[in-house]
Structures are given as C-alpha cells and as structure tokens.
Design a protein around this ligand. Structure first.
Ligand code: ZN
Ligand code: ZN
Length: 342
C-alpha cells in the first residue's frame, strides 16, 4: 500500500509498505478519506515532537470502512463505515480514573505514534478496538465529511466545558476550520448571535456564509458591545494560538462569562493577563485538548444528522499520491480544510 511517512522531523515521503493484515483483536480499515490539520504541519516541521514517532504514517482525521477483522473481534462487520477515536488511553492512571481519558498520563495517539490514515489501509490496534475507539456510522456519511469527526469531537469536548445557552452571544477568535466548527456548534446550540474575528478577509467569508457576523480583530470589541448593549459576550472561544489574545478574550467576556482557550500555544508560551478581570467578573476559563470516545460518538451522530454544513469546512480534495502537495496547500492556506482520498 501507499503511505505518507514521517521519515524524520522536517521530512515526509510517500512510501510503499506491505498491506497490513489484522492480528488478533485488530480491525483493518480501508481508508476513504483523511483530512489534514494544522497540527500535522507542526509535526512535519518538527515543532511538535512529544508523542510523535519517526516512521509513523501521518494522518489523524480518518474516515474508513472495515476491510477485515482479526481473530476474536466481535461487534463489527466488513463493509461498515467507521472512524476511530485516535486517543488510546491506559484506563488505569489517576487522570483516566478521574474521567479525563483524553488527558491520560500514558496517552498514545493514532497519527502521532500509531500509524495513521494517510495510507490505503489503517490498522486499528486491538486495545483501541476492545475499548470501543472505533465508531461506526448508522447512516452513510460522505467520507470527506466523516473525517471531520476527530476535529469536531475536540470542539465538542470544549463545548461541553464552555456551554452555549439559547440566545447567547458567542465570540470566536479565528475563522479557520476549527473556528468554523465552533461557530456551527454554537449555532446548533441556539446561540443568538455568533461573532467571528479574523485578520484575513478571505477567511471571514465562509464564517459570514455560515451566519456569523464576521469582523476584523480591530472591530471585534465594538461588535460584541453592539450585540450585548456593552455587557460583553456570554462565551469567548480562542481558536488562534496567540498569547496576545489572552487578555483580549478575558476582556470581551461579560461578568460571569465563559472563556475557552481551544488553540494550543507555542511550547513554553507565557502571557500577561489582567487577573482582576478573572476576579471581578467571576469568569469561568477552560481549555480543550483532544476528546473522549464519547465526543467522537457525538460528532459522528451530529455529522449523520446533517445539522452541520461539512461542505463549508472541507473545501478541497487531493489524491493520496499528491499528499505532500496537499500539505504544501495547507501551509499556503488553500480553502478552509483539505481532504486526501486514496
Ligand atoms: Zn487535528
Ligand atoms: Zn491513563
């Protein structure tokens, strides 16, 4: 099979590998689509090395179809459409026992350490199969849309913390694929108004098409003030890993408001914030990193429902043979999100 391999930090290469055969407990997926993510670029450039194994097959937003079952696997049928939760947690560390399997102390991730989806086939490890990581669809979903289950699950994990109540005014900093997913989740949760900011006019267009008020960063504060009579946003979601936005976000929130730092920041980042904003406004500040299996399940159900406009997110598609070029296109910010199909 063909596989896009991280040879070493700074170098990916399309290689030929033997077709995998599933061992006991394993499930072989025929990959139908894998969407690319900004984190992949950080892995390829070497900016992100934690939990990354050189030689790994890249790709962690994977839609496939069960091609073969290893001995002892029950509950799956060949031909079923499925997507994996990429988080392999140990289920026995203190963090797992506290209910945070996605922050497991012994975390292993598909597409980082375990071979991922930028290949013709993807082998789902026995541990993942046994733990229910492989989520099947009940109704067929377009593969390039099903691949969104992974980033969507991460957004759902964050949504479960920042919560959107009917009528809320939600401010989203960043209009990339993640910002647009948060925008759609906020709308689906009954937000009264969603305001999205982005420096790029081109990036604001899809946000506006999805029903947000899309503004430049300099217009954001006024837009939130106009929408809330000067009170501040009920929810602020930060989807850009820029530490300068820390105080901006806290400042935008209303008293008692909720702020979520969804984007990761460069390693070792620190930010100076006006801590009295936290104190006097009694803000609830949360983060977001990875997702639980239940979030992937929720994401699949949401994609099946059609309540999410996935075409607005996945705007371009490349053949697996052109996977290296596809990453160049991500770097050049082509469209919103790019899918690779074998
Ligand atoms: Zn990702
Ligand atoms: Zn654990």
């Amino acid at each position: 099979m063909r596989a896009l391999v991280l040879v070493q930090p700074g170098r990916v290469e399309l290689q030929q590998r033997a077709d995998p055969t599933p061992g006991p407990g394993e499930v072989l997926l025929k990959v139908e689509a894998t969407t690319l993510c900004g984190t992949d670029l950080r892995i390829i450039s070497g900016a992100k090395t934690a939990g990354v194994r050189p030689g790994v097959v890249m790709g962690h937003e994977i839609a496939g179809r069960v091609a073969a079952l290893g001995d002892g696997v029950t509950g799956y049928d060949v031909g079923q459409q499925a997507t994996p939760s990429i988080v392999l947690s140990c289920n026995h560390c203190r963090t797992c026992l506290l209910g945070y399997e996605h922050l497991c102390e012994n975390l292993r991730l598909i597409g980082y350490e375990i071979d991922g989806g930028l290949a013709d086939y993807c082998l789902i490890p026995a541990q993942a199969v046994a733990q229910g990581n492989l989520i099947t669809t009940r109704t067929e979903v377009k593969p390039t849309h099903l691949a969104l289950a992974e980033p969507l699950s991460c957004c759902i994990n964050a949504l479960n913390q920042y919560r959107v109540h009917p009528g809320d005014v939600v401010a989203i900093l960043g209009a990339g694929p993640i910002g647009l997913l948060h925008l759609q989740l906020a709308k689906a949760s009954g937000a009264g108004q969603v305001i999205v900011s982005n420096r790029s006019v081109a990036r604001r267009e899809p946000a506006a098409a999805l029903g947000a008020l899309a503004v430049g960063p300099d217009e954001l504060k006024q837009a939130v003030a106009d929408a809330t009579g000067g009170l501040g946003a009920d929810v602020v979601v930060v989807c850009i890993g820029d530490t300068e936005l820390a105080t901006v976000a806290l400042d935008l929130a209303r008293p008692g408001g909720r702020v979520n730092f969804f984007a990761g920041f460069p390693k070792g980042s620190t930010a100076e914030v006006d801590v009295n904003l936290l104190h006097y406004k009694e803000l609830v500040v949360t983060g977001g990193s990875n997702a639980r299996r239940r979030d992937v399940q929720a994401a699949v159900r949401l994609l099946e429902s059609g309540a999410l406009d996935a075409d607005a997110i996945v705007t371009h598609s490349f053949d697996l043979n052109d996977a290296v070029a596809a990453y160049d296109a991500v770097r050049d910010r082509l469209g919103v999100k790019i899918a690779v199909t074998p």
